[in-house]
Design a protein around this ligand. Structure first.
Ligand code: DGY
Length: 319
């Protein structure tokens, strides 16, 4: 009898058709995201799960899924999954590293530039009809902060951090990095986190969200950032204390921020960042190009196909 696999969203890419040939496939057709309360019921008699970063795969869910043999997430980050709970049961977890590196680095740089040069604020200004003769070009009109020649601090020098460093080199930036692995990369000065925060005009976050990095940029660390610095986060919301960040942006201690990821997503209306003009906000679109998302989906399905065939997943976080 063929195994049952549940996919929590319709996926782009080509490999999903191959998966359908190999198993009894059930895909959530929406609309929108699968409600968390329905995942356990859908998974009850399944051997495989292909999920998104929006699906919480925790111990409680796993208790309700005693037939589960593999999980494959269409994401590189796996903070939505209790990896230890899976490993204890010998269930492999697949992810999709590599293919989203350059795309996510582009997003980080887009936010950096937009925050520095007030692009969202200026766009709003024009759209709202505020650009009038009495409020037009002047020496201090929409002045921002220079990126060229500034210092960029990269937190987490994995593949995405390194891709951001390459972009920064093209902008003549001095690049500092702090990374737990102690990895060193040409053209990037390795420093302590304290030194990075003190010296950087721009700080871009590229580490994974783990127990060690949750709230890494808390109120105390944000207070040590260089006055007038810009913070960019395309990694995970839980790494930055959003309330402390908002307070620093209101007081003017920080100049601006570019934020793609939030502690809670979709972001609730009471998030203080939503109401600040000096923050550019995007809805977790770091890897959102058509090409990259298709590649991510194909890798997630490839992991599932390997598991169905009893082979090691090509990208497994708990081998
Ligand atoms: C991931 O894959 O973890 C990214 O956050 C998606 O953009």
């Amino acid at each position: 009898m063929s195994k049952k696999v549940f996919v929590t969203h319709q996926l782009p890419g080509e490999r999903i058709h191959d998966l359908a040939q190999l198993c009894d496939l059930n895909v959530w057709m929406g609309p929108g995201l699968l409600p968390a309360s329905e995942l356990a019921a859908e998974l009850a008699d399944c051997q495989g799960l292909v999920c998104l970063l929006t699906d919480r795969v925790d111990r409680q869910l796993l208790q309700a899924c005693d037939q589960l043999e593999f999980v494959s997430s269409m994401s590189v980050g796996v903070d939505h999954v209790d990896v230890d709970a899976l490993s204890e049961r010998g269930i492999p977890l697949g992810n999709t590293p590599g293919v989203l590196v350059e795309t996510t680095a582009d997003t980080a740089f887009a936010l950096l530039l937009a925050a520095a040069r007030r692009v969202a604020e200026a766009d709003n200004f024009v759209r709202q009809g505020s650009w009038r003769p009495e409020n037009a070009w002047a020496p201090d009109f929409f002045t921002g902060k220079d990126v060229y020649g500034a210092t960029l601090g990269i937190i987490g020098l994995g593949e995405i951090g390194q891709a951001v460093a390459r972009r920064a080199a093209g902008f003549g930036m001095e690049v500092l990095a702090w990374t737990r692995s102690g990895r060193s990369v040409d053209g990037v000065e390795s420093v302590s986190l304290e030194e990075l925060l003190l010296r950087s005009d721009f700080v871009s976050v590229h580490c994974a969200l783990t127990a060690d990095t949750r709230n890494l940029l808390d109120a105390d660390r944000i207070a040590t950032m260089k006055p007038g610095a810009v913070l960019v986060n395309t990694a995970r919301g839980g790494i930055v204390d959003e309330r402390a960040l908002a307070a620093a942006l209101v007081s003017g201690d920080l100049y601006a921020a570019g934020i793609d990821v939030f502690e809670r997503e979709p972001v609730p209306e009471d998030n203080p960042l939503l109401h600040l003009p000096n923050v550019i906000l995007t809805p977790h679109i770091g890897s959102a190009t058509t090409f990259t998302r298709a590649q991510m989906a194909d890798i997630a399905v490839e992991n599932a196909i390997a598991a169905l065939k009893g082979r090691p997943m090509p990208h497994c976080v708990n081998p």
